[in-house]
Design a protein around this ligand. Structure first.
Ligand code: F0G
Length: 364
């Protein structure tokens, strides 16, 4: 195989559309280039003529879409001479920041809400050897503290208020258009701190706008559908929520930092926000695993819950091509998965041929 086929990450792939120079030292774990998988069984089951694709961001190096933003944020932090980065996180940002900080040889500090982080995310962040600061408060409180402390300590914030994060994350929209040959009709995704919906919209706009340096790749832009957990839905309330609650801990956020960008994405695209209960989120997670063989974390499954709901009501009409972002890997949150499948506990038998045979025949 020629050396030219070796994929080296999204900055190198899209460097002419990203704020890097030939001298920039790129900090990468070969993130991006994630699969866009067409669902086969679910559209057939619901009996609707729709094309649904999932952008499986759980296959990034640390298991979530955060790696797209983090390769840019850490690259630029290092370029600016930073020795340490900091973030508040519901888990995925902390894992990603920690990994990319190791890659760069700098320090990572992460503020996480005590007891509200999925187990896999905690395990990763520990392994990557970040300094973990647990707070007895939620993500929003952690975010406020991070913004304050950055004025008092030599640390670079790598939450999505860092504009380089959105620069990296916008490349997911580029990949979708490059894969499909055009933008989809609808793009459905979870909304927590609202950086990702803002980044996708930025990417879709850039690929559909002529600029001094680039000709537009397409004229088309999707309608953006942003989904929130019912107990953590500030975009539905029209104002911040003080005590957000949801089993989808990744999006347990009441005061989204990219508030204005996300509203602009909704308005400019002609899209909408909607909210779904924890039961609906978990049902969608299970549906995707059991009908398509794709295991995403609960927060990610809300994009399926929402798309199927909007297809059912006709808000997304038949004949549409839809992309749902699956933001994180199901392995991030084993506790929630095992609890959900408690009824289907494994059968235990003697280690003996006839017993195995019986177990098979009983369960055919
Ligand atoms: N899905 C997952 C799996 C996430 O981890 C997050 C955010 C979102 C969706 C929402 O994306 O914030 O850009 O609207 N997680 C952040 C974190 C807050 O700290 O890991 P958003």
């Amino acid at each position: 195989m020629s050396a030219h086929t070796h994929y080296t990450g999204l900055i190198n792939r899209y460097r002419d559309r990203l704020p890097v120079s030939d001298n920039t030292r790129i900090i990468s774990l070969n993130e991006g280039n994630t699969p866009l998988i067409k669902l086969n069984n679910i559209p057939r089951m619901i009996g609707k003529d729709v094309e649904i694709y999932v952008k499986f961001e759980g296959l990034n190096p640390t298991g979530s879409f955060k790696d797209r933003g983090m390769t840019m944020a850490i690259t630029k932090a290092v370029e600016a001479g930073s020795q340490a980065v900091i973030c508040a996180s519901t888990g995925n940002t902390s894992a990603s920041a920690a990994a990319y900080a190791v890659r760069a040889g700098i320090k990572a500090f992460v503020l996480i809400p005590e007891g509200k982080i999925a187990l896999g995310k905690l395990a990763q962040t520990l392994m990557y050897d970040a300094t973990i600061i647990q707070i007895s408060g939620n993500f929003d409180k952690g975010m406020a503290l991070v913004k304050e402390v950055a004025d008092h300590a030599p640390v670079t914030i790598v939450n999505s208020i860092n504009p380089f994060r959105l620069e990296g994350q916008k490349t997911a929209a580029f990949e979708i258009i490059d894969d499909l040959g055009d933008a989809p009709d609808y793009h459905c995704l979870p909304v927590g701190n609202a950086g990702n919906i803002s980044a996708y919209w930025k990417g879709y706009k850039e690929y559909s706008t002529d600029s001094e340096t680039h000709k537009a790749v397409t004229k088309k832009r999707p309608i953006m559908c942003g989904y929130q957990a019912a107990g953590a839905a500030p975009f539905l309330a029209g104002k911040p929520i003080e005590h957000p609650e949801t089993i989808a801990t990744a999006i347990r956020i009441g005061n989204p930092q990219s508030w204005d960008y996300a509203w602009a994405a909704q308005k400019e695209s002609g899209g909408w926000f909607d909210k779904f209960t924890d039961d609906e989120i978990l049902a969608a997670q299970k549906l995707l695993a059991q009908y398509e063989g794709i295991f995403c974390e609960p927060a990610s499954a809300i994009s399926i819950a929402g798309a199927l709901h909007n297809i059912g009501t006709g808000e997304i009409p038949e004949g549409s091509r839809i992309v749902c972002t699956l933001t994180g890997n199901g392995l991030k949150d084993p506790d929630t998965a095992i609890k959900q499948c408690a009824a289907a506990h494994p059968v235990t038998i003697d280690a003996e041929l006839n017993a195995v045979k019986k177990a098979i025949l009983d369960n055919m």
